[in-house]
Every structure is written in structure tokens, then in C-alpha cells.
Ligand binder design. Structure first.
Ligand code: SF4
Length: 106
């Protein structure tokens, strides 16, 4: 009698690539979603541009996902795949951005 050697480990190992391939469209969509830029400060006056620079705003937070504009108390969301706004920092604000005034939502 032949022993059934099809184990759970074998199943996971043989289907892992399917999981990765299956999640590729989701990852691709997430990357595309964040591709837009919110760096155009041409509409700002000198004082607002200086404040933005002084607070070191960037489109990509250097911190983990727990500190980004999208979850900051001062962030006002824009339409999907578009820049939002901030009640402190003038100009377009990326939901994945960050500045030194980041604050947790109350
Ligand atoms: S205060 Fe800074 S971190 Fe918060 S939304 Fe405005 S720019 Fe982003």
C-alpha cells in the first residue's frame, strides 16, 4: 500500500506562487494609486512656501505607515488618486506624505 505523502507543507509550497501571482494586481494597483505627485508649489506665496519647506514636507513619509499625512489630524483628503490638503501646510498634500508637524488624530 502506497503511503499518501501529500502533506499540508507540500500543498503550501506548491501553491505559494499562486498566492504571489494572485496578489500582483492588488500590489500594482496600490503602487499606481500612489504614483501622483503633490510637489507643485507654484501657486503658493513666499511665506507659505517657506513654512512648507521649514516643516520639511515630503510626498513619501520616511516613517512607517503609522505616520503619514493620510492619517494626520490636519489632513483633508482629496478625491481618489489626487492630492489632499492640510490645515497647516498650504499646497497639495500627498496622503503618503509627511512633515514635522504630523499629529495623531484625536
Ligand atoms: S501637518 Fe504635516 S503630516 Fe500632517 S497632513 Fe499636514 S503636511 Fe501632512
Amino acid at each position: 500500500m502506497r503511503k499518501n505523502t501529500f502533506s499540508r507543507r507540500t500543498l503550501l509550497r506548491n501553491t505559494a506562487h499562486l498566492t504571489v501571482l494572485g496578489s500582483a494586481p492588488v500590489l500594482l494597483h496600490a503602487c499606481k494609486k500612489a504614483e501622483f505627485s503633490c510637489q507643485d508649489v507654484s501657486g503658493l506665496n513666499e511665506q507659505d512656501a517657506e513654512l512648507r519647506a521649514a516643516l520639511q514636507y515630503v510626498d513619501r513619509s520616511p516613517h512607517d505607515s503609522t505616520k503619514r499625512c493620510g492619517n494626520c489630524a490636519f489632513y483633508v483628503a482629496g478625491k481618489e488618486n489626487q492630492c489632499g490638503q492640510c490645515t497647516l501646510v498650504k499646497g497639495p498634500i500627498h496622503p503618503l506624505g509627511y512633515c514635522n508637524s504630523w499629529a495623531t488624530k484625536g
